[in-house]
Design a protein around this ligand. Sequence first.
Ligand SMILES: C[S@@+](CC[C@H](N)C(=O)[O-])C[C@H]1O[C@@H](n2cnc3c(N)ncnc32)[C@H](O)[C@@H]1O
Length: 230
Amino acid sequence: MDWISFWDGSHAIYTSERHKQVHYARIAADIARFVPHPQARVLDYGCGEALGAQALAQACGQLTLSDAAPGVRQGLKARVAGNPRIHVLSPEEVAALPEGSFDLIVANSLLQYLSPQVRDDLMATWRRLLAPGGTLLVADVIPPHVSAVRDALALLRFGGAEGFLGSAVLGLVRTVFSPYRKLRADLGLSQYSEAAMLDVLAKAGFTARRVRPNVGHNQERMAFTANRAP
Ligand SMILES: C[S@@+](CC[C@H](N)C(=O)[O-])C[C@H]1O[C@@H](n2cnc3c(N)ncnc32)[C@H](O)[C@@H]1O
């Protein structure tokens, strides 16, 4: 199994419906802070189930959702059908869009699942798709010192604050025996120091900086904004 098949199947990453709802509401609100103006064209790449898409779409002109998992895209299409501001595209359809199609491109909690080759290919695509003055937001990047245990502690704090502590505890116990843990052990996750991420972005032709807070609940992970280098 690879990561895309994992996300395409039924998984228990969200420990309860409440966890999933507050996760997606939080990231939609966090991403909205980066929307430069109400007509902005936004791409959420590796968007997952994007339960906050309707709310995010209200903060911008057009929202394009893209995910490599076909089943995830099918679910998204069913959910956003009828909202003329939201489009769901496959990665191949995104790659075929004209240069300068977006004012903001978001990759949240995606980089850890990408090999260096896929990551660099995607960075080149995103750079081409950014309009002049546009911004790439790469967020929820995992630094090398942040282990599964520290992720678990951050989830428990989030659960405590948002009213799903019980399901978070149960969910973490389930995770120990889950395919996610096995895949994380077998395939690993790509982790980056701040300097390494800035270097990747610079080599891809961006001028980048770290921004705080991170998108989402886990403030041990990092967010970066990047603009096309002149
Ligand atoms: C951890 S989820 C993140 C979902 C959402 N962005 C969030 O922050 O909750 C990672 C998502 O990235 C997608 N993904 C993984 N590799 C991808 C790739 N090469 N291109 C597009 N999407 C990819 C997976 O299918 C999955 O839905």
